[in-house]
Design a protein around this ligand. Structure first.
Ligand SMILES: NC(=O)c1ccc[n+]([C@@H]2O[C@H](COP(=O)([O-])OP(=O)(O)OC[C@H]3O[C@@H](n4cnc5c(N)ncnc54)[C@H](O)[C@@H]3O)[C@@H](O)[C@H]2O)c1
Length: 251
């Protein structure tokens, strides 16, 4: 119970890596707010039924107002925000395609969630974390940003932005003991990936070939590292991008 008494918000926490993260943080004693555009009530019900302290809220990270309201509601109900996991992203609905067929509308739609959504969330918690002189922000990057993957330039670029934002925010917030890190998953078999034939056929086999560890990744593989970055054991770690990918990217 290393996170007893801590208050966490997990964006996109209803499914996949976000859900596994919510469960892991809650099992360590945190009260977790699952914020998502769908599935949040059912996700929270599942974890509450398991005896964990979890609440659900409708959160669209594209909305300045809703982001501010979710943070304000969390502080009103539970006193503060100690941990923010920026997990929400547009990802599995993206169909890899020829570069020339890309369009600016898709870029803007994806950036609104994957990049500006993270900015909105960080801005909403910064005053709280800075004032209490402690906080953990954990972002979801991706191995694609290190390797470069074909056919999804907007997604890859958005995760590159997350890496840069993580490093810059670590320097902005460090003096106030707010630690900012990212986890960089490899291709991970979440429910949405299982359902996305277009992604599994494009990246599934290739991901396994590049790994030192010859098995598929599951959501808990990533959630465990996110937990580490939220825990007291990582108290002198900031600005880092930890690859949780079975030994595919080395840096
Ligand atoms: N699964 C992988 O192979 C993999 C690999 C590298 C990085 N990642 C990253 O890990 C994270 C989670 O991946 P996943 O496979 O669990 O994805 P997922 O699609 O299963 O989950 C994403 C969650 O974000 C939510 N979401 C989408 N738009 C939102 C919005 N506007 N506001 C709030 N919530 C929103 C979705 O409802 C969903 O619950 C993402 O950031 C993804 O880019 C995943």
């Amino acid at each position: 119970m290393n996170l007893a008494g801590k208050i966490a918000i997990v964006t996109g926490g209803a499914y996949g890596i976000g859900f596994a993260t919510a469960e892991r943080l809650a099992r360590e004693g945190a009260h977790v707010v699952i914020g998502d555009i769908k599935g949040h009530e059912a996700a929270a019900d599942r974890l509450t039924a398991a005896g964990l302290r979890v609440t659900a809220t409708m959160l669209d990270v594209r909305s300045d107002d809703r982001v501010a309201a979710v943070v304000a509601e969390t502080v009103a109900a539970f006193g503060t925000v100690d941990i923010l996991v920026n997990n929400a992203a547009i990802w599995t609905e993206m169909v890899p395609g020829p570069f020339e067929q890309g369009n600016a509308a898709d870029w803007l739609r994806l950036y609104d969630v994957n990049v500006i959504g993270v900015f909105r969330m960080c801005r909403a918690v910064s005053a709280i974390m800075r004032a209490q002189k402690s906080g953990r922000i954990i972002n979801l990057a991706s191995g694609t940003a290190f390797k470069g993957s074909p056919g999804m330039l907007h997604y890859v670029a958005s995760k590159g932005a997350i890496i840069s934002m993580t490093r810059s925010l670590a320097t902005e917030f460090g003096a106030d003991n707010v630690l900012v890190n990212a986890v960089s998953p490899g291709f991970t078999m979440t429910e949405s990936v299982e359902a996305a034939d277009h992604l599994r056929s494009a990246f599934g086999a290739a991901a396994l070939v590049t790994r030192a560890l010859k098995r598929e990744a599951v959501a808990t593989d990533i959630a465990n590292v996110i937990y580490f970055l939220a825990s007291p054991d990582s108290g002198f770690v900031t600005g880092q991008i930890i690859a949780a990918d079975g030994g595919s990217v080395f840096h």
